[in-house]
Design a protein around this ligand. Sequence first.
Ligand code: F3S
Length: 392
Amino acid sequence: MYLNSEQEKMLRGDYGWATAKAIELLVRIGEAVGAKDLIEVKHVHVSGVSYTNIGKYGLDLILDFYRNGGRSRVFTTINPGCVDYSGLSGNIIDNSFIDSQREIDSALIGMGFKPTYTCIPYYYRFPLPAEHLAWGESSAVIFANSIYGAFTNREAGPVALASSITGYTYNSGLHLLENRVAKVHVKVPKYLLSNPPGAIGLWLGEHVKEPPYLEGLAGDLSEIKLLLSSMAASGNHALAVLSEVTPHNTYRLEIEEKVEVDKFELEDYTGEHVSRGERVLGYIGCPHLHPWELLNILRHVRKCRGVKRGELLITIPPEYLLRLRSAVYALKALGVNVATGTCPIVSRLSSKFDIVLTNSGKAAFYLKRIHGIKVGLAKTEEVIRHVCRASN
Ligand code: F3S
């Protein structure tokens, strides 16, 4: 692989042990996937920072980089951890890993990463079309590539860490226009949009293997976000080209196949139904809510005069406690449980419910697989309606 003089010096150890190890990792991965060189990145987003997910091995790796002088050379944000430091939520209060999570967090902050604890890094910095990023977090990656037209692969935690310390990533995969090719034309008919977008996303993830060209979705960005994150969860997708949305010159169309979403199969992706007498937890906020989504939920909850206390959980970036304080506390006053900087997937639910009803296909996918929880999928308004005080 070609390395410029700065990269050679990094590899030689002139910038210290951590930088040498970091660039060595990038070079090794790059060579394995046939990259010809390394490219500069403008924003790194590190996932895999929750102690629940990465355990002692992950903690030690982060500490190794930190204690040996690893410092970020580029704007870096971090994904949710397993602790809600605000202590606001009554549903996620399992703090058994709080000391280990604190160790992770102080090392990441010591390295110069912004303590964002959110999976929507685009809230902090909008990516530009064709700008190179090194992002982890599948839901953010597919959003960056498909909505903003930025160029990023799905990076595992250690690789994103290495990119932050060096400022580079390996130049292959979705960093190259020639690989950003949509080959499958999928038309989503209007009448199917009454289904939860998460269910459509889960179906697409499993049935379409190549990056799709999606027609018929140019509507609500919030629904597109839910669809894309679900698709990335069930199918490892990192790019979908959306007609009228994805910026031009950030993809190519070479359609080889046409596919129709099967309306009868969608039912299989909406999960379980709520049975009479079951204790339900409504969950909204996977991926974390953007401010406009938070305000929209507040509007719905107000309309139904609040929710049954503790039966609706939302997850948001911690920063909203400052920037959207009155909206957050208005939701709390209306019975909503608000968790900041975490989520029930990278942490765990502490209260007992028979079923979680969520608008998120990604949450449904992982809550069932990782935590063995019974889950149903519904549209956002239906989730709220289900736990509404007024429906009593
Ligand atoms: Fe974010 Fe947790 Fe979902 S990290 S994308 S809310 S699984």
